[in-house]
Design a protein around this ligand. Structure first.
Ligand SMILES: [Mn+2]
Length: 379
């Protein structure tokens, strides 16, 4: 028995406001689907954030339908849970994934389905406030009791220890013995398979960058191909091949602009991709303005060879007060927010919204996401 475990495809995310990036997210997802079809796997599991938004546009819904239909026509069922990005409001609305159910998507947002002697349990993303209302360990046992003899899969979309050391959800204590494979989403960095309570636990990672991270770039973006033979589970990472390249450079101080430009040139020339790269420049500058950097790139004819330039620069404090960036410790900021709000449940909700905005590169994108997901601000 073989299956593909894919996660966090964020279909419909037009990063940097670019339709090319939305298309990249579609193509990366499609590469995983094509792989599943080519390898004739038995089924596909998707562990959440199928869509980037709980209100995907009509065009994006059609893209989602196309992918599910392609699998369906190949006789490959796909099982999915809702992530924090696409779960919809629990009170007012349903998950946008339910729209794809009539074309063959199996939404397993809290229960167990049986397919060909395989039991697939799933739970949608649950907020921190929601987690206080339920006991995950008991729920997992209930799921287990609903299964029969056969391969047992559990799909989740949360931050868990030991992968997230700061999480208070620990799989070592929450997970009962009995599941064979636990597929987890939410963490965009793929993790090597771990053995916990006799089960193979895998964070598949995302198929594209929602926020660029060089460590992830080295590891690649992709999905897992899982093979089960004689009770043995083998999960292999499959990188997305046709991915848009990112050039990641850093700049220190204001000197070195010429050097930076020649490094950009070199990097662009070294690439062998049909897709124009995204350039990410980070570092601390004193007086250099974004406009100056962009005008040099333009003069050197580099802007046409790049899809987008993302400047993550901070002003070196100590010179003028203009644009001064004060780097505060993150936990100090969190403490201060909690103190200002006072109410514990409310401040946790606000911090959760802030956490979900951390996966964006720009304020504009974060704003757009909030507009598309008004239930997040439904306090
Ligand atoms: Mn995600």
């Amino acid at each position: 028995m073989e299956f593909v475990h894919v996660s966090d495809t964020h279909l419909g995310y037009s990063q940097y406001g670019l339709s090319e990036r939305a298309n990249d997210f579609f193509e990366a997802f499609k590469e995983a689907v094509d792989y599943a079809v080519d390898r004739k796997v038995d089924f596909v599991i998707h562990t959440g954030d199928f869509f980037h938004s709980s209100r995907p546009s009509n065009r994006v819904l059609i893209q989602g339908m196309e992918l599910v239909k392609r699998l369906k026509e190949a006789g490959i069922p796909v099982f999915v849970i809702s992530g924090n990005h696409d779960r919809g409001s629990q009170v007012r609305d349903v998950s946008p994934l339910s729209i794809l159910q009539p074309v063959g998507l199996h939404l397993v947002d809290g229960g167990v389905v049986e397919y060909d002697g395989i039991y697939i349990a799933g739970l949608k993303y649950i907020s921190k406030a929601g987690l206080r209302q339920i006991e995950l360990d008991r729920l997992f046992v209930e799921f287990l009791e609903e299964t029969g003899e056969g391969f047992r899969i559990l799909m989740l979309h949360q931050e868990f220890q030991p992968f997230f050391p700061e999480s208070n959800l620990n799989l070592h204590t929450l997970l009962p013995e009995g599941f064979d494979y636990v597929g987890v989403g939410h963490y965009h960095v793929p993790q090597p398979p771990a053995q916990i309570k006799g089960s193979t636990v895998v964070y598949a990672g995302s198929t594209e960058f929602t926020a660029y991270n060089e460590k992830e770039d080295r590891q690649g973006k992709g999905f897992y191909h899982v093979k089960v033979k004689d009770g043995k589970v083998e999960a292999d990472f499959v990188p997305i091949k046709n991915r848009r390249p990112f050039i990641n450079l850093s700049v220190e101080g204001d000197r070195g602009l010429d050097e930076l430009v020649s490094r950009i040139k070199e990097s662009v020339e070294a690439l062998n991709s049909e897709k124009k790269p995204v350039l990410v420049v980070k570092g601390k500058v004193k007086e250099l303005s974004f406009r100056e950097i962009l005008s040099v790139l333009e003069r050197e004819g580099l802007t046409d060879r790049l899809l987008h330039v993302q400047l993550n620069l901070t002003r070196d404090a100590g010179l003028s007060g203009e644009g001064l960036v004060v780097e505060l410790q993150e936990d100090r900021i969190r403490e201060e927010i909690s103190r200002l709000i006072g109410d514990k449940a409310l401040s946790e909700k606000v911090l959760e919204v802030i956490d979900s905005l951390k996966s964006f590169d720009t304020v504009e994108e974060a704003k757009k996401f909030l507009k598309e997901n008004p239930e997040l601000l439904d306090f």
